[in-house]
Design a protein around this ligand. Structure first.
Ligand SMILES: [Zn+2]
Length: 216
């Protein structure tokens, strides 16, 4: 996959987008985490891509501006832990303490990042254990975490391996639950067939709503 950042200008407006060429039939444009991502079939001319962007310029710019970062790292800043905004309070202490809407922590970003990772890992392991008890096919051999840009999770059924996006820690817990169920169900159905969603619905009846909710 080839990926590059480009700037497209139209009159006095400017749009930064990342362009990737893939083996696909049609051009696809999405906005994720405030970033415009264009996927185009190999050989698709840039003029064609940019005329498409020109047509949707206003909507795209609006969508990129709507994105709010889940962390504003400073004393008095915030973090959206499990979809709830918490205020950061830098303290001269080693440990990180969460009290409802407030997070008390030392001013060391790497410690916060490590703490967030542990929160996510524990929650995902907890959920997987619950589902494994209900369905033997959900037994996984490896759970991994990655800072994906374009997806919430991945499943490798043959290796019995599931990988989750580290940004899930900013999402609501019921959405995290949906992602876990989704990836586990791929151990039974590798595709997104009707049978797959039937399996998902068993553990997550609300999946229709949650699927739409997950902004990335
Ligand atoms: Zn899937």
């Amino acid at each position: 996959m080839i990926k590059e950042k480009r700037i497209f200008k139209k009159e006095n407006q400017e749009l930064i987008y990342s362009l990737e060429y893939k083996s696909m039939k049609h051009l696809r444009v999405k906005v994720k985490q405030g970033e415009v991502i264009v996927s185009a079939p190999y050989g698709c001319p840039v003029q064609y891509i940019e005329s498409f962007l020109a047509q949707h310029m206003d909507t795209l710019i609006q969508q990129t501006q709507h994105y709010e970062y889940p962390v504003d790292y400073k004393d008095g800043g915030y973090i959206d832990l499990w979809g709830i905004r918490r205020t950061l309070h830098f303290k001269n202490q080693r440990e990180i303490i969460l009290k409802d809407q407030d997070l008390y922590l030392p001013d060391q970003l790497h410690r916060l990042q490590r703490w967030l990772f542990i929160q996510l890992r524990d929650e995902i392991e907890r959920l997987i254990q619950i589902y494994q008890r209900q369905e033997p096919h959900f037994s996984v051999e490896k759970i991994d975490f990655k800072a994906y840009q374009g997806c919430w999770g991945k499943c490798y059924p043959r290796q019995k391996k599931v990988i989750f996006n580290t940004s899930l820690v900013y999402q609501k817990k019921d959405f995290v639950n949906y992602v876990v169920v989704h990836e586990l169900c791929h151990l039974i159905h590798p595709d997104h067939s009707a049978a797959f969603y039937q399996e998902v619905a068993k553990y997550c009846p609300d999946y229709h709503r949650l699927r739409k909710e997950g902004k990335l």
